[in-house]
Design a protein around this ligand. Structure first.
Ligand code: ZN
Length: 269
């Protein structure tokens, strides 16, 4: 069983003590690559550091997360853009070359204090994706219509991306799938007892429109719910997906790997 974890905060301090062991367990479980999204300037640097430590295995994704958009967002964006351009144009190694912009988006779940700033920061980074022709990793909570409105403006010129941590209903899935170059990121939520996601996916989301992700250290799947999540745990998501779609676990891996290739292209192995 070979799969790719397209969204893992492996640079987080939760992994500071045992990162080597976490990567070792991921390899043994069949995880062939891990993509690391940043959330702010500081994490852009830690993401690049971890990718340098595991050059054949980890790939960086740089951007400003909507929950990190505050009064200083313009300074944050400027610093991230400078870093993004530097490592895109002259990476110290192939493993330093960003494979996407993220994670970016809109999040009004906790607060709308920086609603306008979030909109501006998101749109700016969508323009970077067009300019650099990099896929987008989009985080969106309580703001799908606003997010879709912005993506529509650039849809023609965007190379594609992932709607990360999709947990919506059939109607929301269909709205997102109208962007043909985008896929939905599926993780631990699929396994939660009250989740309607298995039925939603089977009814409205073709298997060629999803990729696997942990969002580690968050969102550990059942039966490990509540623990620190890690890339090796994706096998529980694969098992549940195979049940939902009525196919083998191998088929889930084969198709999601092909989907990763389609979205991220030649930038990963
Ligand atoms: Zn994340």
């Amino acid at each position: 069983m070979n799969y790719i974890d397209t969204h893992c905060h492996l640079d987080g301090e939760e992994f500071a003590q045992d990162r080597d062991a976490v990567v070792q367990r991921a390899r043994e479980a069949g995880c062939t690559q891990i993509f690391l999204p940043a959330i702010d300037v500081a994490s852009c640097r830690t993401v690049l550091d971890v990718c340098a430590q595991y050059p054949d295995y980890c790939r960086p994704i740089l951007g400003l997360h909507p929950e990190e958009v505050r009064a200083d967002w313009r300074d944050q964006l400027l610093a991230i853009r400078n870093l993004l351009l530097a490592v895109s144009q002259e990476p110290k190694a192939k493993s330093q070359k960003p494979i996407a912009i993220g994670e970016v988006g809109l999040d009004y779940y906790w607060s709308r204090e920086f609603e306008q700033e979030q909109l501006e920061a998101f749109e700016e980074q969508v323009r970077w994706a067009v300019e650099l022709q990099l896929p987008l990793i989009i985080h969106c909570r309580k703001a799908q219509n606003e997010m879709v409105h912005i993506i529509k403006k650039y849809a023609h010129d965007l190379p594609g991306g992932v709607f990360h941590c999709f947990t919506g209903n059939e109607q929301e899935a269909r709205q997102l799938l109208e962007f043909p170059q985008f896929v939905l990121g599926i993780g631990g939520v699929l396994t939660f007892k009250k989740s309607h996601l298995p039925e939603t996916l089977a009814a409205a989301v073709p298997l060629d429109r999803i990729v696997l992700e942990t969002d580690a250290p968050y969102m550990a799947p059942v039966p490990l719910r509540g623990q620190r999540n890690e890339s090796a745990f994706i096998r529980h998501v694969i098992t549940r997906l195979a049940e939902a779609y009525g196919v083998s676990e191998e088929e889930i891996c084969r198709q999601t790997n092909a989907n990763v290739q389609k979205v991220f292209g030649g930038m990963c192995k």
